[in-house]
Design a protein around this ligand. Structure first.
Ligand SMILES: Cc1cc2nc3c(=O)[nH]c(=O)nc-3n(C[C@H](O)[C@H](O)[C@H](O)COP(=O)(O)OP(=O)(O)OC[C@H]3O[C@@H](n4cnc5c(N)ncnc54)[C@H](O)[C@@H]3O)c2cc1C
Length: 500
C-alpha cells in the first residue's frame, strides 16, 4: 500500500488524510502542535471556552458543492442540529443608529433606506449585487484541471450572470466602494470586519453566501469542525502524530525521500502532502522550488498583503443574551502600533452551549492588524514584560469602551485571554501572524495555485494559502484536491472515491 506523509494537521491536512484513507492510501499526519486543527482550534482558559476561529463557515447550503464535502468529512451530519442560522450576520451601531446585514435582503434594503435615504441608489444596487453573487460557486468536486469540459461549462453557466458585475467591481477596494455612499453606517456595513483594502467583491460574496443560507455557524464552533474531521480520519484508519515538527526534507531524483523532524526522528514516505502555512512549506523544501507567481505574491505587499488580528476574550459575570451575535460600534479612538482605531468589533457566543460557565457569558473582540504592523509584535515579544504590559493596555482600553457601550455590564467584565499576531506565528508558524491567506485585492488576479511543485514529483501542497483569500472552505478543498492530484499523477486508484 502507498504510504503518504501529511505535514500539518489543520483543516487542509485533515481533509487530505480523510480523502487519502477513503481511496486506500495509507497515511499519517505529522502535526507540530499538541493537537490537530491548526487555526481552527479552541482551548480552555479560566473556566471559559476560547474559540479561536469560526465566525462563519461557507458551505451550509445543500445547493452548493462544498456542502457535500463538509458532509463527506463528517462536519455536517444532521444539518438541523449542527448548524446555527442567525437572522442577521452583523449589527453596525454608529452613534446609536443601528443597521444590520439581514438574511432577509428586503428587510435589509428597507432598514438601510430608512436610515440613509440619500444613498437610495447605492443601497438598491448593493442589494441587487448581493443577490447576483449568490450564484458564485467554489469548485469543490474536482481540481480545475480535472473538471473536464462539461463540468467547466456547467460552472461557467452558473456564474454567467455575475460576470458583468464582477468585471465592473473587481477593481474597487471595500474603501473605494464604500465611498460611493454618503452615510457612515453604510460605509461600516461595507467594511464589515476585514481590512479595507480587500476588493469589494469579498463583501458581496460574504453577504450573498449568508443571505442564501450558505454561511452559518457550526454548533459547538471550531471544535465541531476539527473534532469531527479528526474522528472521521481516525475511523478510516488514519494515524496522527502530534508534537512532530518537520524540520526539513531530503530530495533526491525529484522526490522527497525523507522528512526529518525536530525530535531527531525521520520518515521515508512514498508521497507527501505539505499542508502548512505556505512560507513554512517552502522553508521545508527550499525556496528555490517556489514558482514566480508565488515569489511575486510574497514580494509585493500592495498586490498581496496579509493581515492578522488581536483577539481579546472577556468573561462576563452574567448571561450576554442582549449583545448581538456580531456587532461593530464606533467609539473614542484608541491607538495600536501607531494606528488609530475608532470601532470595536464584538462577537458574542451566547448561543454556543458550554462556552461559558453556567450563568456567565464570553465575548470576543477582533482588531485587524496589517502586514506592516507585524514586525512591531515580533520585536515587542522579545521583551516579555513590555509585551505583557502592551496586551494589558489594549485590553483595558477596549474594556472601557465596552463598558461605555454596554453600561449594563459595568464591573462585570474580566479579561480571560488575549492573542496577538505573534501568538498565531508562535503556535502555528503563520506567516506574519496571518490566519488567512493573501488578501484578495483589486491589484492582482485571484491566486489559485495548483499545489504542484516543479522539480518534486511526489509532493502536492495543500492549505488555505493556495486560494485567496484562504479560510476554511479553501483549506478543505485544497486538502481534497491534493489527493485527487496525487491519485491522478501516480494512478493510485482506478477512480477517485468521494464518499466512504
Ligand atoms: C481569529 C480567526 C478567525 C477566523 N475566522 C474564520 C471564519 O469565520 N471562517 C473561515 O472560513 N475561516 C476563518 N478563519 C481561518 C481558518 O481558521 C483557516 O482558514 C483554516 O483553519 C486554515 O487551515 P489550513 O489547514 O490551511 O492551515 P493551518 O490551520 O494553518 O494548519 C497548518 C498546520 O500545520 C502545522 N504546522 C506548521 N508547521 C509545521 C511543521 N514544521 N511540522 C508539522 N506541522 C506544522 C500547524 O501547527 C497547523 O496545525 C479564522 C482564523 C482565525 C485565527
Amino acid at each position: 500500500m502507498a504510504k503518504l506523509a501529511i505535514i500539518g494537521g489543520g483543516i487542509s491536512g485533515l481533509a487530505a488524510g480523510i480523502y487519502a484513507q477513503m481511496n486506500g492510501i495509507e497515511s499519517e499526519i505529522f502535526e507540530s502542535h499538541s493537537v490537530v486543527g491548526g487555526q481552527c482550534t479552541s482551548w480552555k482558559r479560566k473556566g471559559f471556552h476560547i474559540d479561536n476561529c469560526v465566525h462563519w463557515m461557507t458551505g451550509t447550503s445543500p445547493q452548493k458543492e462544498i456542502y457535500k464535502v463538509w458532509q463527506e468529512v463528517g462536519v455536517i451530519q444532521d444539518p438541523e442540529k449542527d448548524i446555527i442560522r442567525h437572522d442577521y450576520f452583523l449589527q453596525v451601531d454608529i452613534d446609536g443608529v443601528k443597521a444590520h446585514v439581514w438574511r432577509d435582503l428586503e428587510k435589509m434594503r428597507q432598514e438601510l433606506l430608512s436610515i440613509a435615504p440619500e444613498d437610495h441608489k447605492e443601497i438598491n444596487n448593493l442589494i441587487k449585487l448581493i443577490k447576483k453573487f449568490q450564484a458564485i460557486e467554489l469548485p469543490s468536486m474536482f481540481p480545475q484541471e480535472q473538471m473536464g469540459f462539461c463540468r467547466n461549462m456547467k460552472m461557467l453557466f452558473k456564474m454567467l450572470k455575475v460576470i458583468p458585475a464582477f468585471a465592473k467591481y473587481k477593481k474597487l477596494t471595500l474603501e473605494e466602494y464604500a465611498k460611493l455612499s454618503k452615510s457612515p453606517i453604510i460605509h461600516q456595513i461595507i467594511y464589515n470586519y476585514v481590512p479595507k483594502q480587500f476588493y469589494v467583491i469579498s463583501a458581496f460574496y460574504m453577504y450573498a453566501m449568508f443571505s442564501m443560507g450558505n454561511a452559518d455557524l457550526p454548533r459547538g464552533g471550531s471544535d465541531t469542525i476539527t473534532n469531527r474531521m479528526r474522528d472521521k480520519y481516525l475511523s478510516l484508519g488514519g494515524k496522527i502524530s502530534v508534537k512532530k515538527k518537520a524540520l526539513n526534507t531530503e530530495i533526491d531524483n525529484k522526490k522527497i525521500t525523507k522528512i526529518n523532524f525536530t525530535d531527531g526522528t525521520s520518515v521515508e514516505p512514498d508521497y507527501v502532502v505539505i499542508a502548512t502555512d505556505l512560507k513554512v512549506a517552502f522553508d521545508l523544501i527550499g525556496h528555490n522550488y517556489m514558482d514566480n507567481n508565488l515569489k511575486q505574491a510574497f514580494a509585493n505587499t500592495k498586490t498581496h498583503p496579509v493581515f492578522s488580528n488581536i483577539t481579546i476574550y472577556f468573561g462576563v459575570d452574567c448571561p450576554t443574551n442582549d449583545i448581538p451575535t456580531m456587532e461593530i460600534f464606533n467609539c473614542e479612538p484608541y491607538k495600536i502600533v501607531d494606528r488609530e482605531h475608532n470601532v470595536v468589533i464584538v462577537n458574542n457566543y451566547a448561543d454556543q452551549p458550554g462556552f461559558a460557565p453556567e450563568g456567565k457569558g464570553i465575548i470576543q473582540i477582533l482588531m485587524v492588524q496589517h502586514d506592516d504592523e507585524y514586525q512591531y509584535w515580533e520585536n515587542l515579544y522579545k521583551d516579555p514584560e513590555a509585551y505583557k504590559a502592551e496586551k494589558q493596555r489594549i485590553a483595558s482600553e477596549i474594556q472601557q469602551r465596552l463598558e461605555k457601550h454596554y453600561p449594563q455590564y459595568q464591573g462585570k467584565l474580566s479579561l480571560v485571554e488575549i492573542c496577538t499576531p505573534k501568538s498565531f506565528n508562535r503556535y502555528l508558524g503563520s506567516y506574519k501572524g496571518s490566519y488567512m491567506g493573501f488578501i484578495q485585492t483589486p491589484y492582482a488576479p485571484k491566486l489559485v495555485h495548483h499545489g504542484n511543485v516543479e522539480g518534486i514529483d511526489n509532493l502536492c501542497l495543500a492549505g488555505q494559502w493556495l486560494q485567496t483569500p484562504g479560510g476554511l472552505p479553501n483549506a478543505l478543498v485544497t486538502g481534497k484536491f491534493a489527493i485527487q492530484r496525487l491519485i491522478k499523477r501516480f494512478h493510485l486508484a482506478d477512480k477517485f472515491r468521494q464518499t466512504n
